[in-house]
Write a protein that binds this ligand. Structure first.
Ligand code: XMP
Length: 510
């Protein structure tokens, strides 16, 4: 396995994922773990990730120098490279010419680190840094240079220590995957023998070891992630699992019935269905701030889980389908990265929660979860469901929420789903949905003036939700959706299409 020590880059998990895509197990740990913990993973290689700090800063995160004497190959990326340089006697400076975006490098073609890259020069890579290595440590060679980075890649091949200024994990770097493959196979000598079935086995054993003979409740939303967790846990611990499905009143049309049918009848998993619509909507009354809404919804979910756990007695664990993007954008998880939104299953947890968490998907991206679902034999239709956020329609109704607005959005959203499916686009896109903009605009229908709300349609493509592109849906399809919504949904007199990518937008509007 390859161990990544995370210094807080938004891209750390992408590195892990690129390596897992090569059928080599890769795990991320915080940069703060000690030497004994690092050794306990018995890694074939260690990657020091990028991060927002500066090695020139006083309290900058670091790693014990002893790792460099173990003979285990090490690759430092961006901040990781600067750390290698500064710890091993090289020099790092704050550069006046920071490089963000595409840059061209000249590289050493004979190095195994750059093997199997077509003999083209220069190579386009993606950089994002302020600081810069200005002197390599003794014994290091220069493997690549760019106009602004004379040390774009450095190496001590004997000690198998490599440092690169650019990010091979992002798609903007040409042959970035090949570079990571070269490190994994040529330098670390890993074998490609890991897959989702192996992950499933490891995680199942971990769950069994963590849970022992105790009972677990699983927060089930009916989406891909929590469903995969539920099926996985059911296989691991059988009837000691009870799923708790909370209807917060902010679900899609028909969703509650579907979930109950699927899990209690089809999968035969113990299921408690709590209709908490009134409680949620009372707590959300007059609340318009998106983060506050997310926190209230998240807290309420946890309170209900705790109440249900108390009723079921002796429940020590709460299982959730938390994914990596939920974690990385919600909190400084394993390194110091920025908070974008509080995803409910991460941001809202109380510090004094009595149950311990079981989160087997915490390191995975959605498409990896889908692979896992397949390995588990979960139904195709469920596996391919579009993501639906925990706070549900609550963050798709801008500003204050009311029962009337929920009903309007449910109807509009239902039409969007029906038409996207009928046109054969459902499986081709990452996510599609309607957003209610409760601001009024003037229209004319049947010779009369209307003054009603707007529906925005959002349809994006993505592989991991960290970045996304809006989808150019055919005009005829958009036209049909618009016509149907305006004709069939009361209170709506205008439909618009969202043409914002992420970044700068996020997928959900709140
Ligand atoms: P954003 O809006 O951050 O969304 O670009 C990225 C992906 O995550 C989903 N999402 C959530 N999922 N709980 C979840 O389980 C949440 O609180 C939450 N907020 C956003 C969103 O639908 C998209 O797929």
């Amino acid at each position: 396995m390859i161990l990544i020590l995370d210094f807080g880059s938004q891209y750390t998990q992408l590195i892990a994922r690129r390596i897992r895509e090569q059928s080599v197990y890769c795990e991320i740990q915080p940069c703060t773990i000690d030497l004994a913990a690092i050794q306990s993973f018995k890694p074939e290689g260690i990657i020091l990730s990028g991060g927002p700090s500066s090695v020139l800063g006083e309290l900058s995160p670091t790693v014990d120098k002893a790792v460099f004497s173990w003979g285990i190959p090490i690759l430092g990326i961006c901040y990781g490279q600067q750390l290698i340089a500064s710890l091993l006697g090289g020099k790092v400076q704050s550069s006046e010419h920071s490089e963000y975006g595409r840059t061209e490098i000249q590289f050493e073609k004979n190095s195994p680190f750059f093997a199997d890259i077509p003999d083209q020069e220069p190579l386009t890579v993606w950089m994002s840094h302020g600081d810069l290595v200005t002197e390599a440590p003794a014994g290091f060679q220069v493997l690549a240079t760019s106009t602004n980075s004379p040390f774009a890649a450095i190496a001590d091949p004997e000690k198998k220590i490599y440092g690169i200024q650019f990010h091979p994990e992002v798609t903007h770097t040409d042959y970035g995957i090949q570079i990571l493959k070269n490190f994994t196979f040529n330098i670390c000598k890993c074998e490609a023998n890991w897959d989702m079935a192996a992950f499933l086995e490891t995680k199942t054993n971990e769950i069994k070891a963590q849970v022992g003979e105790e009972k677990v409740i699983c927060g089930l939303s009916g989406g891909v992630d929590s469903s995969v967790v539920a099926v996985m846990l059911h296989k691991a611990i059988g009837d000691r699992l009870t799923c708790v499905f909370v209807n917060n009143g902010l679900l899609r049309k028909g969703e509650a019935e579907r979930v109950v049918e699927l899990f209690s009848r089809h999968y035969k998993i113990n299921l408690v269905h709590v209709d908490a619509t009134d409680t949620f909507l009372t707590k959300l009354k007059d609340i318009s701030d998106p983060e506050l809404k997310r926190k209230i919804i998240g807290n309420e979910f946890i309170q209900i889980f705790e109440q249900e756990a108390a009723k079921l007695k002796d429940i020590k664990f709460l299982a959730q389908g938390t994914l990596y993007p939920d974690v990385i954008e919600s909190e400084s998880f394993k390194g110091p990265s920025a908070v974008i939104k509080s995803h409910h299953n991460v941001g809202g947890l109380p510090e004094n929660m009595k149950m311990s968490l079981v989160e087997p998907l915490r390191e995975l991206f959605k498409d990896e979860v889908r692979e896992l679902g397949k390995a588990l034999g979960v139904d195709e239709e469920l596996i391919h469901r579009h993501p639906f956020p925990g706070p549900g329609l609550g963050i798709r109704i801008l500003g204050e929420i009311s029962r009337e607005k929920i009903a309007v959005l449910q109807e509009a959203d239902y039409i969007v789903m029906q038409e996207i499916k009928a046109a054969g686009w459902y499986r081709k896109v990452w996510q599609s949905f309607a957003v209610l903009l409760p601001i009024k605009s003037v229209g004319v229908m049947g010779d009369a003036r209307t003054y009603d709300w707007t529906i925005a349609i959002r349809c994006v493509n993505s592989t991991d939700a960290m970045t996304a592109d809006w989808v150019p849906l055919p005009y005829e399809l958009l036209g049909r959706i618009s016509n149907r919504i305006i004709n069939e949904v009361k209170k709506i007199n205008r439909v618009v299409y969202d043409i914002t990518s992420k970044p700068p937008g996020t997928i959900e509007w709140e």
